[in-house]
Write a protein that binds this ligand. Structure first.
Ligand code: TNX
Length: 523
């Protein structure tokens, strides 16, 4: 039953409220310290008012070059679909009176290359950083300060307010990333781009692509064409596989670079090589090519480490990959080579390391590579044995932290999870968040760690929805572990911030796992 007064009230809301919104000069008071931001910034101060983005808002740049223009265009493209506004981008060497101002400064050393400062008043939203990269990370914060509807892909009729105050923010670790296995199941270029967009939103800066394994070879190598023609044909379960042409791959690298994400290519060897062995019989000690493999066993394949052609192959592959890779790293796998004798494995890795370095790249390997003699530039990715990470450190190598029982995105959340494996652990959202890279082991200390990577192995996943279900929300916690200092991190507080992200994730159409550990806020 609606009374007359209730009807009148509704009319007031329908007719008077918009007039209030569009004619009012006083913005609604808002508290910047109450806004949910992931990863949590270093400092946030609120001044209790709001800045409003309107159709008149201009994006100003303090300096106009390809990179700053790219960040401004990225911001404009981010804001355009939901607001419907066409933002002008203009150069303004001096601070403008109003608008969004992207400023390069060299005033604050502690910001480093990725840090930023965001100052919001009722008139201006000023984002400053030492590098365009810092501006880009700051844009991701700005995004979370706006109402969740900013993520919508169609025009939303509402106010676009940002709480006033000041944020100063920079990362704890230089290396913050995820790995996607495109070998067990192949994922299209478009899927990889979405993956890049999703990790960029939480300020990650590395995407490691696992490009070759027993089940499929996914990157075109012009000097060994059968690797993809034959070796890329299928995947786990026997479905159609696929591969990236070098042109596709360059496009991925470029797309990532525009988001300040480095692509780290991995060709796993000497094990995990059935797809290559099946494509070229001469790489087998027997001289006979095995069938393509579509199961999920590991540890049964090996390159023939005492044939010279093997090193010609490795050199050709790494040479082409190095040419496609602007970043400093080539990942050579080295894990689970159970059928390679240790006396063959060690000289093989030593030689592969030389090959990588001869192409002016640094080698990364899974933690078993510590059995070889590592160069001081080599990086070890700890996934399995803490003792291996300790050996790496004793050899002077730095470590990427991906301990499977904490950081594997392909682990099931619990025994009822519809996807994933559980050989390392069940990893619920709280388990994924509540640990610190530098306190797992007494020898693996802060100074030896370059950062975190959360790997997503793809034995059990086939679609982007599947990816998102295992990735979210855990990836947001891994992003925070890499970005925010441990003293700012606390599960009880984090879970509230995470809960507040649910409408945003829904609007972004992220198919996240709705863990019962999180008190999700549904509008
Ligand atoms: C172990 S992690 C592997 C992968 C599997 C993964 C499944 C690592 C270096 N090797 O080959 O896909 O487990 O969780």
């Amino acid at each position: 039953m609606h009374s007359v007064t209730e009807k009148t009230k509704r009319h007031l809301i329908i007719f008077i409220f918009p007039i209030l919104i569009f004619s009012c000069t006083q913005p609604e008071p808002t508290d910047l310290t109450k806004v949910s931001i992931i990863p949590i910034p270093i400092t946030v101060e609120a001044t209790g008012s709001a800045y409003t983005i309107t159709s008149e808002t201009v994006i100003y740049l303090s300096e106009s070059n390809d990179e700053t223009k790219n960040v401004a265009a990225y911001l404009s493209n981010l804001l355009h679909p939901a607001t419907g506004f066409d933002f002008k981008i203009e150069l303004s060497e001096n601070e403008p009176k109003a608008g969004i101002y992207l400023a390069l400064t060299s005033e604050n050393n502690e910001l480093g290359t990725e840090g930023y400062e965001l100052e919001v008043t009722e008139d201006i939203m000023k984002l400053s950083a030492n590098q365009p990269e810092g501006l880009f990370r700051g844009v991701q914060t700005l995004r979370q300060l706006l109402p969740a509807d900013i993520e919508a892909q169609s025009v939303q009729n509402q106010q676009w307010q940002v709480a006033t105050g000041k944020i100063v923010d920079y990362p704890e670790y230089e290396h913050r990333g995820s790995m996607l296995d495109v070998s067990r199941h192949f994922f299209s270029k478009e899927d990889v781009k979405r993956y890049i967009d999703l990790i960029a939103a939480y300020k990650m800066n590395r995407l490691h692509l696992h490009l070759a394994d027993d089940q499929g070879w996914r990157i075109e190598i012009k000097s060994w064409p059968n690797l993809t023609v034959h070796g890329g044909k299928t995947e786990v379960g026997g479905g159609d596989g696929g591969f990236y042409t070098q042109e596709d791959y360059k496009e991925i690298v470029q797309y990532a670079a525009e988001r300040y994400i480095m692509i780290i290519p991995e060709i796993d060897m000497p094990g995990h090589t059935n797809a290559a062995l099946s494509s070229y019989p001469e790489l087998n000690c027997s001289g006979e090519a095995p069938e393509l493999y579509t199961g999920t066993e590991v540890g049964f394949s090996t390159l023939c480490t005492d044939k010279e052609i093997t090193y010609k192959f490795v050199d050709d592959v790494i040479s082409e990959l190095a040419t496609l890779t602007p970043g400093p790293y080539i990942h050579v796998g080295g894990d689970e080579s159970h059928v390679t004798a240790m006396e063959d494995y060690i000289p093989f890795i030593n030689r592969v390391q030389e090959i990588v370095m001869s192409h002016n790249k640094k080698m990364i390997g899974w933690d078993e590579v510590v059995n070889a003699e590592l160069d001081s530039s080599t990086i070890v990715q700890y996934w399995s044995e803490a003792d291996n990470a300790v050996m790496a450190i004793n050899q002077g190598a730095k470590v990427i932290m991906s301990p499977a029982y904490k950081a594997y995105l392909d682990m099931q959340y619990d025994s009822a999870s519809r996807l994933g494996q559980n050989w390392a652990a069940y990893i619920e959202v709280d388990e994924a968040y509540q640990w610190d890279l530098a306190s797992l082991n007494a020898t693996i200390t802060r100074d030896n760690i370059i950062g975190i990577e959360a790997p997503l192995w793809s034995e059990t996943i086939e679609t982007m929805d599947d990816i998102e279900y295992l990735m979210f929300p855990r990836i947001m916690g891994y992003a925070e572990i890499g970005w925010s200092p441990v003293k700012l991190r606390n599960w009880e507080e984090y879970k509230m911030r995470l809960a507040a992200q649910s409408s945003r994730l829904k609007i972004m159409q992220v198919d996240y796992y709705p863990s019962t550990k999180v008190p999700w806020v549904t509008n």
